[in-house]
Design a protein around this ligand. Structure first.
Ligand code: ATP
Ligand code: MG
Length: 421
């Protein structure tokens, strides 16, 4: 029976005390996206497995180890989305978004699914805020994308934010680099983990992103892609840096960033926080000029990022960055006697229509118990309706914080509360 009252490992309920925080964060991200001209897209929670194999890349940890994949009753292989980019890219093609004014700038707030070992800031169902831009190849959009992410992190007051950028080149420069990498790793091939042994042939760059301590150690001293990038990629990277410098966005060039997904090209970046216990990386992104073609579209440049919202929230809580958020009622209406009880129903209904959030008792509490309940709910004002109040259409409005009372006509209650809120 334990399974009935215990949620699957690595999942989390967002109970009311938490959901206000999520809504706050989503409001902030939504507003900032709007100011950058990004519009929201909502795609399905599951897609054909092939989309992620292609769109995330079958040499990545995500595809090789972490996906929730199953056959549906029709025998099709389905995967719960481990990230948002592939679905957005599929929709861009399927829904002809490329036919609209380019580039297409999208954002989303989604749940994602990865079979990982749960720990602080690492869940099996987690949430991402992400943004994607299709159809622009110059570094200006890379810079704006980074600034959008930075703007969100700053607005949410995430402490100790550090931006690292790198370029991982294009297929042209990577061919030569892959040769250099293979040569480097050929000296220690036998010590690589099994996954990396297969990466050695298919995509040696991936070895640099392996989490196994042995492979990590072997990567020290490996050649850096930044030393191999071609002229076009190098110009792109310089362009990005110029834009960031001109916009006063501090960054650090970190030639070791590779990023988890396969189709990244040129710019890659991540934001880390210095806070402990929150899984350092709160945002990862990069250009993926190869993806749209990979999933069947015509070659289209693209760039995106995603933030891990659980990590964002952990960091905000640790730093006390959340504003005061409550959903307490504006008014509690207590009643004495049956007549007032009936009357209060329609009275409260009208107040709600005037924009006041109002609560009442449902449990036949005594007046004293009703007031205690009002206190527990954190109501800002309260009102007691008895026979006299109902007949005279006037009552005492009590400010629950100051204890002050004011006698007011019932038809003016909403106005009086609004004035004081
Ligand atoms: P990590 O190296 O921490 O596993 P990743 O490279 O797998 O991260 P991405 O695929 O780039 O992560 O996803 C973008 C962001 O989503 C990450 O920077 C992180 O904040 C968040 N994220 C990734 N996996 C999880 C998870 N299992 N639980 C919570 N957040 C996650
Ligand atoms: Mg991961």
């Amino acid at each position: 029976m334990r399974m009935l009252t215990k949620a699957p490992r690595g999942t989390n309920d967002i109970i009311p005390a938490e959901s206000v925080k999520w809504r706050y964060i989503e409001d902030v991200t939504g507003k900032i996206c709007k100011s950058y001209g990004f519009k929201e897209i909502r795609t399905p929670l599951f897609e054909h497995t092939e989309l992620f194999e292609r769109g995330v890349g079958d040499t990545t940890d995500v595809v090789q180890k972490e996906m929730y994949t199953f056959n549906d009753k029709g025998g099709r292989s389905i995967t719960l989305r481990p990230e948002g980019t592939a679905g957005a890219a599929r929709a861009y093609l399927e829904r002809n978004l490329y036919a609209e004014a380019q580039p297409t700038k999208l954002y989303y707030n989604i749940s994602c699914y990865r079979y990982e070992k749960p720990q602080a800031g690492r869940l099996r169902e987690f949430h991402q805020f992400g943004a994607e831009c299709y159809g622009a190849k110059g570094p200006a959009v890379d810079a704006e994308m980074i600034m959008l992410a930075e703007n969100v992190l700053t607005e949410l007051k995430i402490p100790g934010i550090k931006l690292n950028i790198n370029s991982i080149g294009c297929p042209t420069c990577r061919a030569e680099y892959n040769r250099a990498l293979r040569e480097y790793f050929s000296g220690c091939y036998d010590e690589l983990c099994d996954t990396c042994k297969s990466r050695y042939e298919k995509n040696p760059l991936r070895i640099l992103d392996c989490k196994s301590p042995v492979c990590k150690k072997l990567c020290e001293g490996a050649p850096m892609l930044l030393d191999y990038i071609c002229e076009e990629c190098s110009e792109h990277f310089e362009g990005l840096k110029k834009y960031l410098d001109a916009s006063h966005v501090p960054y650090n060039v970190d030639p070791t960033i590779v990023r988890g997904l396969d189709y990244y090209t040129k710019t890659v970046f991540e934001f880390k926080t210095t806070l402990e216990g929150t899984q350092g990386t709160v945002c990862g992104g990069g250009r993926y000029d190869g993806l749209i073609e990979e999933i069947g579209g015509s070659p289209t440049p693209a760039i995106g990022f995603a933030m891990g919202m659980e990590r964002i929230l952990l960091a905000m809580e640790a730093a006390g960055s959340l504003p005061e958020l409550d959903e307490n009622p504006d008014l509690f209406v207590a009643t004495i006697g049956g007549e007032a009880d009936i009357f209060s129903m329609n009275f409260i209904k009208n107040l709600r229509q005037e924009g006041i959030s109002a609560a009442r008792d449902y449990l036949d509490r005594s007046l004293k118990a009703q007031m205690k309940y009002a206190d527990k709910l954190g109501a800002r004002f309260s009102l007691v309706l008895g026979e006299t109040e109902v007949n005279e259409k006037r009552a005492k409005l009590k400010n629950m914080t100051t204890g002050e009372t004011k006698e007011i006509d019932l038809c003016d209650i909403a106005k009086a509360i609004k004035e004081e809120l």
